[in-house]
Design a protein around this ligand. Structure first.
Ligand code: ADP
Length: 329
């Protein structure tokens, strides 16, 4: 086994930067979302205004960060990037707010992870571009009011449902990014093969696209590993269908695009919980994974493919799910 194929993680973010589209015209697919964003940008530019706050939600690796970084570039304004989980207190958010230049963008990834006190600190900043800072304690306590420059928050979340209502209401623009169709992923694979100075046949691009779970990040990572395999096994390094199929087999990605972890999830519910309903916590515990990673990385695609169902009493493997892992319902 070529070393490059060991420890494959299709969710690896290491190559995101080098393959990320820089301009809106390079963003593939998500046509309706991109069209609406283009209108938002044109109108904002025409008015000489600040873009309204924008919330992007969708599964991991689907283009939220890409859009969030393309937008300020299109507007010709500065962009700051903050990670929700790293903002544990208002003081962590403060420098971002005071540094935010006129009309600049502050991208907050995983915005559903902000603690309540940080969220509350952010509200007046988003609404009136001001913040209240508490100084001193007891009798000496006072609040000073700091005026900020008008700026735009772009929030990204994998769980729109976990966002508090007041937080959600602060976003005048909200866009949902869904899984990509195969032709769009093929286009992404072909473009990125070119960026990587590799050739890939159309048929092989289709093979990679079909097995990427509708997710560009996964398509990119599969492409990279397939390219390694092609380099080692073919004199001209071209990615043919034969090579792609072989590499996908080694990566243990099946016909539907399920990975080892996805099949393990189905097997766990079938073997340990009699096919369900099984609670998220219990499944996570049996698999030694966090419930968050199940909900973010594994379940959305299985739900979409109809391999599992979510019921009030827990997760159930559907007959299609049983058949997929070679079991009888
Ligand atoms: P998210 O922030 O939703 O987790 P990213 O925006 O970081 O996902 O996307 C991961 C990678 O997938 C990017 O670096 C980029 O190469 C690719 N990608 C995502 N969306 C698109 C798209 N619409 N067109 C082209 N490439 C994309």
């Amino acid at each position: 086994v070529p070393p490059a194929l060991v420890d494959f993680n299709p969710n690896d973010e290491a190559h995101d930067e080098s393959l990320r589209p820089q301009r809106l015209e390079q963003v593939v697919g998500q046509k309706k979302v991109v069209d609406r964003i283009r209108i938002m940008l044109d109108a904002t530019r025409k008015r000489g205004d600040t873009l309204g706050h924008l919330l992007l939600d969708g599964p991991p690796g689907i283009g939220k960060t890409t859009l969030a970084t393309v937008i300020p570039r299109e507007l010709g304004v500065d962009c700051q990037i903050a990670a929700g989980p790293a903002l544990s207190a208002p003081k962590d958010l403060l420098p971002y707010l005071t540094n935010a230049g006129e009309r600049s963008v502050l991208f907050i990834d995983e915005i559903h992870r902000l603690p309540a006190n940080v969220e509350e600190f952010l509200y007046p900043a988003m609404e009136d571009f001001r913040i209240d800072i508490a100084l001193g304690e007891g009798l000496n306590a006072r609040t000073i009011n700091v005026q900020l420059k008008p700026f735009t928050v772009i929030g990204a979340t994998t769980r729109a449902g976990m966002l508090t209502a007041p937080m959600r209401d602060r976003f005048v623009n909200r866009e949902h990014l869904d899984f990509y169709e195969t032709p769009d992923l093929e286009e992404i694979v072909r473009r990125n093969a070119k960026k990587l100075k590799t050739t890939i046949t159309d048929e092989a691009a289709n093979e990679v696209a079909r097995r990427s779970q509708g997710t560009p990040r996964k398509a990119n990572n599969i492409l990279l590993r397939t390219r390694d395999y092609a380099t080692l096994s073919h004199p001209d390094g071209q990615i043919t269908t034969e090579i792609a199929v072989h590499a996908l087999g080694m990566l243990e990605i099946d016909e539907l695009g399920l990975e080892r972890q996805d099949r393990r999830y189905l097997e766990t519910i079938i073997s340990i919980f009699g096919g369900g309903p099984a609670g998220l916590q219990a499944i996570a515990h049996s698999m030694s994974l966090s419930p968050d990673s199940l909900e973010d990385d594994i379940e959305p695609f299985l739900l979409r493919m109809g391999l599992i169902q979510r019921t009030p009493r827990g997760r159930i493997v559907t007959p299609t799910g049983y058949t997929h892992v070679g079991r009888k319902p």
